[in-house]
Design a protein around this ligand. Structure first.
Ligand code: AMP
Length: 214
């Protein structure tokens, strides 16, 4: 099964995708995480993506599509996948459909998480993550026990370079302009689209997502 998790920055896609994958034994494919890893490792891909990411803009479609196609091609076709942060534009969605058709697969569900902008801004600017184990915290809603330190592994927490108030508005605008049209794209018969209110507890959102893929 191929599941797409759509939604604006800060709505909880990463947290929910990880939980869903743990529950279902699916593979979590998060293009933002892959690009941040490439940046850290200083690869050619990371260097190309950095300026776009720091400004809160989308990395060019051809770069992203090549990265995801390579990854999907290497996956066991029996394993389910949750796509988090991809596709983000209609050309990416079209390229995904073509790549999946070549593998005899298709998008089975599109889950759309929603939340008001003021909630998203607070979640994004308060977000801190652990570079070592990937745990995510929020200084307003779910702070670590020790300021700036990961509860799970003790590593120092980091603040994403693009989680600043200056880039947040741009990322929300980019989402509305370039990514939200995907809801109409998939609703026109490409795949079942299910909307879930992301402005509720983590467990509440997870329960609705899990029943949507059951
Ligand atoms: P995310 O972690 O999903 O919020 O992504 C962080 C940043 O990575 C985005 O603001 C973009 O600059 C870039 N990015 C991630 N996924 C994509 C994608 N599918 N298309 C273009 N840019 C992307």
């Amino acid at each position: 099964m191929i599941v797409i998790l759509l939604g604006p920055p800060g709505v909880g896609k990463g947290t929910q995708a990880k939980l869903l994958c743990d529950k279902l034994g699916f593979r979590h494919v998060a293009t933002g995480d892959l690009l941040r890893a490439a940046k850290r490792e200083g690869t050619e891909l990371g260097r190309r993506a950095q300026a776009f990411m720091d400004r809160g803009e989308l990395v060019p479609d051809d770069v992203i599509i090549a990265m995801v196609e390579e990854l999907l091609g290497a996956l066991d076709p029996e394993v389910g996948v949750v796509l988090d942060g991809f596709p983000r534009t209609v050309p990416q969605a079209e390229a995904l459909a073509e790549a999946l058709a070549r593998m005899d697969r298709k998008v089975d569900r599109v889950l759309v998480l929603t939340a008001p902008d003021e909630v998203l801004v607070k979640r994004i600017t308060g977000r801190r993550s652990c570079p070592a184990c990937g745990s995510v915290y929020n200084v307003h809603f779910s702070p670590p026990r020790q300021d700036g330190e990961c509860d799970r592994c003790g590593a120092g927490l980091s603040h994403r370079a693009d989680d600043t108030p200056e880039t947040v508005q741009n990322r929300l605008d980019v989402y509305r302009e370039q990514t939200e049209p995907l809801v109409a794209f998939y609703s026109s018969g490409e795949a079942p689209v299910i909307s879930v209110d992301g402005d509720q507890s983590v467990d509440g959102v997870q329960a609705e997502l899990a029943s949507a893929v059951a």
